[in-house]
Design a protein around this ligand. Structure first.
Ligand code: GLV
Ligand code: MG
Length: 354
């Protein structure tokens, strides 16, 4: 998945759902946790279920996630059971807050397995976790290995600061008493754990949404460490995150040529690029599908699936097919593609403008 921007949407504010749906965020999380007051939790749960059933988030190429309440609350079991039973077939991931030990993830994983089987949910729902307590950070390497479903770890700077009793001035901002970035150590440790075990590292909130420059600087510090995306707690932060975290910002999109109807090879490894395709047909649907079906953190597999699906499709399609993707240079020096829904859309727009 592309996870440059994670838009937080309170489950208690259904009026914000449509705007989120129409936003350019790569990833939307409907929040049942901290953005929702205790008395509003049951209604927020109903709103979130309705939002999943009524809106086609995935059809827009967005990842749709629900942040449940922590496993130390009595809301959490009903969050998982009600949301996943009633709308799990339309849900990509669950975000678990305040994960402290691997068993916290195991609990949610086991519930998901049972509900998926009982309800015949055809896809595997992913898990993202928030590392935002001292205990979670102390166990971050073990948590990174806790579940096959685990896709990404998010650094929740607000709760992390509270848990460490750090002196903060604004959420995710710098404290001038510290000579540098006081979040660096935690963020860096989480990045290393993610990279060691194949998860995506994501940075959390920057509270002062009237300070776009501060947001961008924080995002760039994270990107320098290997962070892949950052939360947006306000729609104005989405574009800032997308800009900083677009892979290979100098050369954001390359086009992976698949071939025309006569030449296409469903076994293609996707490396046979050809800039001279006579006509372009941006295969938006295919790349989105591959993105959603692709194994988490396995961009090569997602890209190959897209290429194969496109190659199969173009047998019955007279036009040449291109799969827009981000360029990935692998450790052995070979070049491949990371297929993203928004990348596909941007390329389509670019081609239309050309
Ligand atoms: C996010 O949940 C945070 O605590 O920063
Ligand atoms: Mg938090």
């Amino acid at each position: 998945r592309l996870q440059r921007s994670e838009l937080a949407v309170p489950g208690s504010q259904p009026g914000m759902f449509r705007k989120a749906l129409e936003s350019e965020a790569d990833y939307i999380f409907l929040d049942l946790e901290d953005a929702v007051a205790p008395g509003d939790k049951p209604q927020a749960r109903l709103n979130v279920i309705a939002a999943l059933q009524e809106h086609d988030w995935r059809g827009r190429g967005q990842t749709i996630c629900v942040r449940i309440n922590g496993i130390d609350t009595h809301y959490m079991y009903r969050d998982v059971v009600d949301v996943v039973e009633q709308a799990g077939h339309r849900l990509d991931t669950i975000l678990i807050p305040k994960v402290g030990v691997p068993a916290d993830v195991y609990l949610v994983d086991a519930l998901l397995s049972q509900i998926e089987e009982a309800k015949g949910i055809p896809h595997r729902i992913g898990i993202d976790v928030l590392i935002e307590t001292a205990l979670g950070m102390a166990n971050v390497e073990a948590i990174a290995q806790s579940s096959q479903r685990l896709e990404a770890m998010h650094f929740g700077v607000a709760d992390f600061a509270a848990s460490c009793r750090a002196r903060t001035i604004s959420i995710g901002g710098l404290n001038p008493d510290y000579p540098g970035d006081q979040w660096h150590a935690g963020l860096s440790r989480m990045v290393v754990a993610c990279r060691a075990y194949g998860r995506r590292p994501i940075d959390g909130p920057f509270g002062d949404f009237k300070d776009p420059e501060g947001y961008t600087l924080a995002a760039r510090r994270g990107a320098a460490l290997g962070i892949e995306g950052k939360w947006a707690i306000h729609p104005s932060q989405i574009g800032l995150a997308n800009e900083v975290f677009t892979p290979d910002a100098q050369n954001p999109i390359t086009i992976l040529y698949v071939g025309d109807a006569s030449k296409c090879d469903p076994q293609s490894d996707g490396n046979n690029s050809a800039a001279d395709a006579p006509r372009f047909y941006a295969f938006n649907k295919v790349s989105k599908k591959a993105l959603n079906n692709g194994q988490p953190s396995d961009s090569r597999k997602a890209a190959l699936e897209a290429v194969r699906a496109a190659a199969t499709a173009c047998r019955t399609n007279p036009l040449p097919v291109v799969v827009p993707c981000h360029r990935v240079v692998r450790s052995d020096g070979s070049v491949g593609g990371y297929v993203g829904g928004l990348a596909a859309k941007q390329t389509l727009l670019r081609l239309e403008a050309a």
